[in-house]
Design a protein around this ligand. Structure first.
Ligand code: GLC
Length: 435
């Protein structure tokens, strides 16, 4: 990577380094082997682990390693919808029905407060204490996202931040776009080259991923939907400017004509088939697009910070954590599996095969991880993760998200102007926050 773009990437990604610096170095996960012999009367126990579709080999490899070292526990994988909102709704239905059919789940960073409040998942504090898990090893921000009312409801597995991926065979280091206007220009110029059909792909479907894309545009132009004091600040010239740029990109000829049906899954599929010069996605895209068994562009995967607006480049903060169904019949085994996945050994496997950015800080110095995912070694990547922008924090986040999804979609479809969309969001969000 050329210096300037590397430096930029560095800028996009290092407050994490503050947290990184706090990392302690005690590794204990490999001692877990044979420790689980106490599963119910020595009998083999099967637990069900639910998560959204994993397009990488990360989850399968993790489960395989766990089962190898925990002979008394089998893990049955239950694939949930890739769309985090749909996944959320299925868990809510299951948990409201007090289902025991799922033992361990992956939770999006936007869920813990809601799940804790509704008592869907088990607090993990007792297990953490019993097993002497050193929470200082974790990225403290990711850890805090899983806390509510003074309890730890989940353990963070990986952090996400939006990134720009490109085809290295079509885009030279010094051509990587620095601003959104640059991106539009570059994408137009290169579209059609090397068998590509599109210049750029974003997630413009009406779902949570659109909120993440919107947060990135809005923040890049200095706006905010809701501020830290939980005040609605969406109706500002900065937010309007950011959303106008989003709409401009989403309506332009560089994206697929049906970009409003694109989530991460469709984005990944198109990118690994070589269909697009640039795409926006989460860090796992690096592992997915470099997987020789399925990707046509393996070895040609470039990664950079998202383009900047007036106020710089901004990445949305995402990530996933693991929790335990409160009604599980196998809390002990569920914990063993959760501890493994969210622990050093599990996260290392997922970083290598899944391209997921670990929440255990010392893994950013692990040579195997860095070999598989050189970007993780960039200070800029770490800085960018640390500086990534959270989505509005509200107890009724799904409702706030829905308001954003609807009006940003309306603006893309031309059913509302950006100004009208912003006014409507302002009014509706204020009502929701009041209630
Ligand atoms: C990724 C992020 C998650 C976000 C989702 C949106 O999975 O990790 O936080 O909600 O994308 O599609």
């Amino acid at each position: 990577m050329k210096k300037s773009s590397k430096a930029k990437l560095l800028t996009v990604f290092a407050s994490l380094s503050l947290a990184l610096a706090a990392c302690s170095s005690d590794s204990s996960s490999s001692n877990e082997k044979d420790k689980n012999s106490s599963s119910s009367n020595g009998k083999k126990v099967t637990i069900v682990y639910a998560r959204g579709k994993d397009v990488t080999k990360g989850t399968a490899k993790m489960v395989e390693a766990f089962e190898k070292s925990h002979k008394n526990i089998d893990v049955k994988f239950q694939e949930m919808p890739a769309d985090t909102g749909k996944q959320h709704d299925q868990y809510i239905t299951a948990f409201n029905a007090k289902s025991t059919g799922i033992d361990v789940i992956d939770m999006d960073v936007i869920w813990p407060a809601e799940f804790a409040q509704a008592d869907y998942v088990l607090p993990l504090d007792r297990f953490i204490q019993q097993d002497g898990i050193d929470l200082n090893e974790y990225n403290q921000g990711a850890l805090a996202a899983a806390q509510f009312n003074g309890k730890q409801w989940a353990l963070p597995k990986f952090v996400d931040a939006g990134l720009l991926f490109y085809r290295k065979d079509l885009v030279k280091e010094n051509e990587v776009p620095k601003t959104w206007d640059d991106l539009i220009k570059q994408a137009k110029a290169k579209q059609g080259q090397g068998g590509s059909k599109f210049g750029y792909i974003m997630q413009a479907k009406q779902y949570e991923g659109l909120v993440c894309n919107a947060v990135e545009f809005v923040s890049a132009y200095g706006g905010k939907f809701i501020n830290e004091k939980n005040e609605v600040t969406v109706n500002s010239p900065e937010t309007i400017k950011g959303l106008k740029k989003l709409v401009e990109v989403a309506k332009s000829s560089i994206v697929p004509g049906n970009v409003t049906t694109f989530s991460e899954l469709e984005t990944d599929q198109a990118y690994i088939e070589g269909q697009s010069v640039f795409v926006r996605n989460w860090p796992y895209e690096y592992a997915s697009a470099n997987d020789k068994e399925k990707s046509k562009i393996a070895g040609n995967v470039g990664v950079a910070p998202l383009p900047a607006g007036d106020k710089g480049s901004a990445a949305a903060l995402g990530g996933w954590m693991a929790g335990i169904n409160k009604n599980t019949k196998h809390p002990k085994e569920a914990w063993e599996f959760l501890k493994f996945m969210a622990g050093e050994e599990g996260q290392k496997i997922d970083a290598i095969y899944g391209g997921h950015a670990p929440t255990i800080l010392k893994l950013y110095q692990d040579q195997d991880v860095l070999k598989a995912n050189p970007t993780f070694g960039d200070k800029g990547f770490q800085d960018g993760l640390a500086a990534a922008v959270s989505r509005p924090v509200a107890p009724n986040y799904p409702e706030i998200s829905e308001i954003i999804q609807i009006h940003v979609s309306n603006a893309i479809a031309g059913k509302e102007t950006v100004e009208q969309a912003v006014q409507a969001m302002d009014k509706e969000m204020k009502e929701k926050l009041k209630s």
